[in-house]
Design a protein around this ligand. Structure first.
Ligand SMILES: [Fe+2]
Length: 378
């Protein structure tokens, strides 16, 4: 029987250029909402499963040998792969389907940092979201911008004998449902979210971090400093680790800027963004590593798998070299793409203002993020 491929295997196979074709047998709406993508383009066809079975032999012929078949949960795609095999066409099904793909987190360590603190960046390919574990092996760690699948963070913490001491959301996210409050509650640790992003109050235990606050990771020498950077949202905070890595949320990306319009005050926040980057980021050492919360294109991913760049590169690669504030504001505001309709609901879920049933949250939490301002700014 044809062996399914796991989401992690598929992620690495796509990036290694080993996937020749993806046959996605979900219905067209689901396919349009969230495709299976990683860092290399793969020819992808969408043929709903009932049509595949209507024309089984012809579809087996049309499908490239060793294609990956994808459906929602991995059952229909497995049947298709087995039928194809019976017709002499080798294909493998994605185990767990796009539901499992949507949950996949892949950790990469930001290596060679000074001091004892280590930083792991977790890529979530389905959403192009990034989250982090920052900690000292044998001591404490924090989890930053977690998704709703905390297992990967907890496994890594256990592997390095670290106790999770804090859970931080750099801002109220609009593109994905945060796992922050649930993870903090599960572990009985402090949760930190800027309440300015939620109209001033949130209905769950929260200790907002203020400029200059320190999260102690267990060694007196080791500190994580927080920094208020309004722009993408009014309350965004960034975390400066060991004076060398800045977990910057969606303020800036490797190529691009966080859009300032998702809370409905685009011009005001675009001005804040301008001030944040010029008054707070620019004075930092140019070699400071910028570790964002998203990426938009494969060009932002380094050969080692990390989505990280230097502050110096951010300034040369984005509109941030525009030094006139009003020109910056006009350019960014007039070229913003429309925000997905779901973003307002996701923001209210993350601020604790609405609590839809779990299956509705699952639906909200699919599709690649659209948190960057227009790429025409690049
Ligand atoms: Fe965001």
């Amino acid at each position: 029987m044809t062996q399914p491929i796991t989401p992690l295997e598929l992620f690495h196979a796509i990036n290694a250029g080993q996937v020749v074709e993806i046959l996605d047998v979900r219905n067209i709406d689901e396919f349009e909402l969230s495709k299976v993508e990683a860092h290399r383009p793969v020819p992808t066809r969408n043929v709903p499963v009932y049509r595949v079975f209507e024309e089984l032999e012809a579809e087996a012929q049309r499908t490239v040998e060793d294609a990956i078949v994808v459906c929602g949960q991995g059952n229909g795609s497995q049947l298709v792969a087995e039928e194809f095999e019976g017709l002499g066409r080798r294909a493998r099904s994605l185990e767990g389907g796009t539901d499992a793909w949507n949950r996949l987190l892949v950790p990469f360590e930001i290596a060679d940092l000074p001091g004892p603190v280590r930083v792991w960046q977790f890529l979530r390919p389905a959403k192009a979201c990034l989250s982090y574990v920052v900690g000292v092996p044998g001591q404490r760690c924090i989890v930053v911008d977690p998704t709703r699948q905390p297992e990967a963070y907890l496994e890594l913490a256990a592997e390095h004998d670290m106790t999770v001491a804090h859970v931080v959301d750099t801002h109220v996210h609009a593109d994905h449902v945060s796992g922050g409050p649930a993870l903090a509650a599960q572990l009985g640790v402090e949760y930190h979210l800027p309440p300015e992003d939620a109209g001033g109050v949130v209905p769950f235990p929260n200790r907002p971090l203020k400029d200059g606050d320190v999260l102690d990771l267990g060694d007196a020498e080791v500190r994580v400093l927080s920094m208020h950077l309004p722009g993408h949202t009014p309350g965004t905070i960034a975390l400066l680790v060991s004076d060398s890595v800045l977990l910057v949320g969606d303020t800036v990306f490797v190529r691009g800027l966080g859009r300032p319009d998702l809370t409905g005050q685009a011009e005001e926040l675009a001005r804040d963004l301008f001030r944040s980057v010029h008054e707070r980021l620019r004075p930092l050492p140019p070699q400071t590593l910028i570790a964002p919360a998203h990426w938009s294109s494969a060009e932002e991913v380094n050969p080692d798998g990390l989505v990280v760049t230097t502050l110096e590169d951010v300034f040369t690669a984005t509109l941030l070299n525009e030094r006139a504030m009003e020109r910056f504001v006009e350019e960014i505001v007039t070229s913003l793409p429309a925000a997905p309709e779901s973003y307002d609901v996701i923001r209210r879920v993350n601020a604790g203002q609405v609590a839809p049933p779990e299956d509705e949250i699952d639906v909200l939490d699919v599709g690649r993020n659209q948190c960057a301002a227009s790429t025409s700014l690049l």
